[in-house]
Design a protein around this ligand. Structure first.
Ligand code: CMP
Length: 824
């Protein structure tokens, strides 16, 4: 046993060494990494057979369990975690059509052709069809990154492979069960298979999503400890996979996809910057190790001799696979891109999708997992190895030339302008620093003069390049460049505000989503207009739940708390928009100058941001007018959060410089975090205004004796109502009275089905709801909040009690009743 462990460790270390050296060497000779590894694996395989000293390398082999349970969760998680979930959701229609119907179609075509042209019976041929239809784009994605290929292409290729791994594994299991149980393809089996398929696919996604969400919640306990958070993320990747696959019998791959996407998306704000960085690096490393070992071991396990034995069926299988891929891509993709909401996918992208559908580890793992007693096992494995090898080598080697023929490796004109601008800005900054060095005094003047001259030359070259590119651009394109930079500035401001604690996470998500949607619109030629901000789906769910709870239990603590939070969020959002708009306005001239844009374009942009800041300011003023103490509390809270942030930063810097021990930095971090969390948890208590202050303005309380005043106070139920909300609905039953402490409401009446007419506006100090209370009849009007309002609600019982101690109240109510009734 001991000897065994040592041999395995030696083998793994040796393979990693080969992989690391190969990674450097292959880059020099421009061979895709995975392809190179497979070739090296083949060589290593041959060498281990010849030299006995290399024998230990054979002690690690690729069993299907190792691929599926050790490597796959890592690879899937990494890919899902870093995926841009918004881009994925925009391309979900084509991705899912390729991964589900596409995979089924491909299985059927490969199965049919292989059964027809080779000795494999139909059942076994379909099993082969399923396993060989799962794509594995590592080599292609790496290449995309190198060539700077369009992001959308990457999402299509990577998204397809992420989901079709799951479909292939599920379909493979179902087909294999049919084949080994000797059954025929009855329609009943197919129907059963289809429902099974949906259950396994969707079930997996839900299980993984839930586990991922629980992890994100538990992160709060980890107190910003990157090591612990990395450990938790690993536990999640594997727990999701194993819980789903092994215990719940739903798709493990889909579970890992679900967990990865949830953590990647919510984690972008829940993890602090350095933890995020740490997580990305860790998972990148893990994926590198997994891929390196897989492809080396694949190479080593290929029995070249056996492959030549099955050369003819292998060639047929490869042909069948290519035909199937062509039918799926060129047949299905154009249909999928016509689905509602989908963007079209052109022929160039289709060609890359066709040729970039490489096959890899999943196909091999499934082939190797075929039961030993399956008569055609050896043939299927050989076909799979042959096909995988073919796609890796041909696809891997010819993808780059194909991309260049299609022109997909070329930056667009707008990208070129952006690059030239960045270069120019860089040169200018360098020049400024060189000039600065002159004043420092200890550099030789000659040296600085030379350096300055060099940079001046480079600056004018960069300017000339930009000028040339600029001449090629149409006004529309320059407008696009200008706006996309303005939006980039805006987004940075939001991030900075969040990082410094000035805005909360949900507000950041709304603002970022808003900017991203405007950026998408820009690509379609739409110029951004109006306040940014769009509600991400998870926040929409919370809103919906609050509204539901609000109509069922309007007085519950939960609803009230949520309302105050929503008010705080609106205020934060407006303050952030104001700050971002001001920043854009100060930078727009500089941006326009760099882009060499006409003054009209910069003016257009400035006008838009002026109008945004005007709107934001108006809303902030309105909140400040109606809720002054609230605004004070929010500001105090924000200031406190920002101060805490500064405190943590300062200690962090000292620790990095080695001036204080790491333990002190950690202590500060933990205590700052704890205070920040406390601040976040108790916004409501800090924000709720004092009713004494508010009620003293309501006229009929003014004559109350102090004792009675206190008694009334105890019975009042505070209600925060947001702009546009309906407080009372005409015709509904009701027996409570509302007092307005802050804000404005509108009274609306509908008569005989006519549209509602506004009959009155009520302000702070007014009351409403007395008519139904006095007559026990239904409500005579609908009352809606015109601004955010602070109200107090009194039940009939309490009003009666109040009338007894203070006869003036009853009179006031009756008087209002009579006046309003005659007005209606
Ligand atoms: P109630 O009928 O209980 O519910 C709707 C409320 O709107 C009503 O009591 C009054 O308080 C208020 N209301 C109805 N008509 C008018 C009006 N013309 N002017 C001001 N308030 C009104």
């Amino acid at each position: 046993m001991h000897g065994n462990v040592v041999t395995v460790v030696i083998a793994i270390v040796a393979l990693l060494l080969v992989a690391a050296v190969a990674a450097i060497g292959l880059k020099r000779i421009n061979l895709p990494y995975t392809v190179g590894l497979v070739i090296l694996g083949l060589l290593l395989g041959a060498l281990t057979e010849r030299f006995e000293t290399l024998e230990p390398l054979r002690s690690v082999t690729l069993s299907p369990e190792i691929i599926l349970f050790v490597f796959l969760p890592t690879l899937i998680f990494e890919s899902a975690f870093k995926m841009d979930s918004r881009l994925l959701s925009q391309n979900l229609a084509p991705v899912l059509s390729l991964a589900a119907p596409g995979l089924l179609l491909s299985t059927a075509i490969v199965g049919g052709l292989v059964a027809w042209l080779t000795p494999l019976p139909l059942g076994a041929a379909l099993v082969f069809g399923a396993l060989i239809s799962a794509t594995d784009p590592v080599a292609v994605i790496a290449l995309f990154h190198e060539l700077g290929a369009p992001k959308r292409l990457e999402i299509l290729v990577e998204g397809e492979s992420l989901f079709n791994d799951a479909t292939a594994i599920v379909l493979f299991g179902i087909l294999l069960a049919v084949v080994t149980e000797g059954g025929d393809f009855a329609w009943g089996t197919v129907g059963h298979g289809a429902t099974d398929f949906v259950r396994v696919f969707v079930g997996g996604l839900l299980v993984g999503g839930l586990i991922g969400y629980l992890m994100i919640r538990s992160i709060a306990l980890a107190h910003d400890e990157p090591l612990v958070e990395v450990a938790i993320s690993t536990v999640v990747a594997y727990t999701a996979f194993i819980a789903a696959e092994h215990y719940l019998h739903v798709s493990g791959v889909m579970a890992t996809v679900g967990a990865g996407v949830v953590i990647g998306t919510l984690g972008s704000t829940r993890f602090s910057g350095h933890v995020r960085e740490y997580l990305h690096q860790f998972w990148e490393y893990a994926a590198f190790v997994a891929n390196s070992l897989i492809f080396l071991l694949v190479g080593m396990s290929i029995p070249l001799g056996e492959l030549t034995h099955y050369a003819v069926p292998i060639v047929i299988a490869i042909g069948a696979m290519l035909v199937a891929r062509a039918v799926v891509i060129f047949g299905l993709v154009p249909v999928a891109s016509r689905l509602p909401g989908a963007e079209p996918i052109g022929l160039k992208y289709q060609s890359v999708l066709f040729w970039g559908g490489l096959r890899g580890a999943v196909a091999l793992a499934l082939a190797l997992s075929l039961p030993e007693d399956l008569p055609q096992r050896e043939l299927i494995i050989s076909l799979a190895i042959g096909a995988v090898l073919f796609t890796l080598v041909t696809g891997g080697l010819t993808m780059a030339p194909l991309m260049s023929v299609l022109g997909l490796d070329q930056p667009t004109l707008v990208e070129k302008v952006a690059r030239a601008q960045a270069a120019l800005a860089g040169k200018r900054e360098a020049l400024a620093r060189v000039t600065g060095m002159g004043t420092a005094g200890h550099f030789s003047t000659r040296l600085l003069r030379d350096l300055e001259q060099r940079y001046r030359g480079e600056e004018s070259e960069a300017e000339a390049l930009l000028e040339n590119l600029r001449r090629e651009c149409r006004t529309e394109e320059i407008r696009g460049v200008l706006w996309s930079e303005a939006l980039a500035v805006e987004r940075t401001v939001y991030r900075d505000l969040f990082e410094s604690g000035a805005i909360s996470e949900p507000v950041l998500r709304e603002l970022e989503l808003g900017v991203d949607l405007q950026r998408d619109g820009l690509k379609r030629g739409e110029i951004p207009h109006g306040m940014p901000g769009a509600t991400p789906i998870e926040l929409r769910l919370v809103d919906w739940a609050t509204r539901l709870a609000g109509s069922l239990l309007p007085r519950s603590q939960f609803v009230q708390t949520r309302r105050v939070q929503a008010l705080a969020a609106k205020y934060e959002r407006d303050a952030a928009v104001l700050e971002a708009s001001r920043r854009v306005m100060t930078e727009i001239d500089h941006i326009a100058e760099l882009a060499k844009a006409e003054p009209g374009l910069a003016d257009e942009c400035r006008r838009e941001y002026e109008s945004r800041s005007f709107m934001a300011m108006k809303r902030i003023d309105s909140v400040a007018e109606h809720f002054p103490e609230f605004v004070r509390a929010v500001q105090a809270q924000t200031a406190h959060r920002m101060a805490l942030d500064g405190e943590a930063d300062a200690v962090e810097k000292l620790a990095t410089a080695g001036l204080v021990p790491e333990s002190i930095a950690r202590e500060t971090r933990v205590s700052v975090k704890a205070t920040q969390r406390q601040l976040q948890r108790h916004p409501v208590s800090a924000l709720r205004p004092d009713p004494r202050d508010l009620l003293s303005r309501v006229p009929f309380f003014q004559n109350l004796k102090p004792d009675d005043f206190e008694r009334v106070l105890a019975r009042l139920v505070p209600r925060t109502v947001l702009t546009g909300e309906t407080i009372i609905r005409q015709g509904a039953r009701g027996d409570s009275l509302f007092l307005i402490a802050r804000g404005v409401v509108a009274v609306l009446i509908t008569k005989d089905g006519t549209p509602p007419q506004r009959v009155a506006s009520l302000h702070a100090g007014d009351f409403f709801g007395e008519m139904a209370l006095l007559t026990a009849a239904p409500r005579t009007a609908t009352v809606q909040a015109v601004t955010d309002c602070q109200l107090y609600e009194l039940s009939k019982q309490d009003v009666d009690a109040l009338c007894e101690v203070c006869p003036g109240v009853k009179e006031a109510l009756m008087e209002a009743y009579r006046a309003r009734k005659s007005a209606d």
